[in-house]
Ligand binder design. Structure first.
Ligand SMILES: [Ca+2]
Ligand SMILES: [Ca+2]
Ligand SMILES: [Ca+2]
Length: 179
């Protein structure tokens, strides 16, 4: 694995390890979800919130299960690198299957005017909720909006997350995503 990819994964790990104890636990998943919900003023008791939390927990359960099929325990930084690279990013189908439901749930929450698309203001809020620095959010939006129609589609978002982790080039336009 390149240093660039490894650095990105470490950064992402640190964002997800909310209590900074060196492990991603199921509890950290709830904190991630709550941050997004708060950004969009969505009640944690709403059906949209339940879908996001369930889909995020499903990712966690899948990754934790791949790493330790026999024991139920949190994910370390080393394990996170291995599992994200080998089991999801290395396999396009597996990646899409695992992460697309999360992206769909995020889009449902971020589409605050309910017109079915993520326009610029919604997209920028979503990126900030996911950890992009405010100063970089506009640039990240433009980078993800590959067809430049001013909106982010589910396909563009799924592709952007994958490109973010896979790109070896720090100057790649997807590298600004998620800081
Ligand atoms: Ca933790
Ligand atoms: Ca919208
Ligand atoms: Ca677009």
């Amino acid at each position: 694995m390149s240093t660039v990819t490894s650095d990105k994964l470490d950064k992402r790990f640190n964002t997800l390890d909310h209590d900074n104890n060196g492990w991603i636990e199921r509890g950290d998943v709830f904190v991630t979800a709550r941050g997004v919900l708060a950004q969009f003023g969505v009640s944690p008791d709403s059906p949209k919130a339940a879908t996001l939390i369930n889909n995020l927990l499903n990712v966690w359960d899948s990754l934790a299960g791949l790493l330790n099929p026999d024991v139920y325990r949190p994910i370390s930084v080393e394990e996170f690198r291995v599992v994200v690279t080998a089991h999801t990013l290395g396999h396009s189908d597996g990646y899409t299957q695992l992460f697309q439901p999360v992206v769909l749930a995020l889009v449902d929450i971020a589409d605050t005017n309910g017109d079915g698309v993520i326009e610029k203001t919604e997209g920028i809020r979503l990126l900030i909720a996911l950890g992009t620095a405010e100063a970089d959010a506009e640039k990240a939006f433009q980078a993800i909006d590959v067809d430049q129609d001013g909106q982010l589609s589910v396909h563009e978002l799924v592709a952007a997350f994958r490109a973010y982790f896979l790109s070896e080039d720090p100057q790649h336009r997807a590298s600004s995503l998620l800081g």
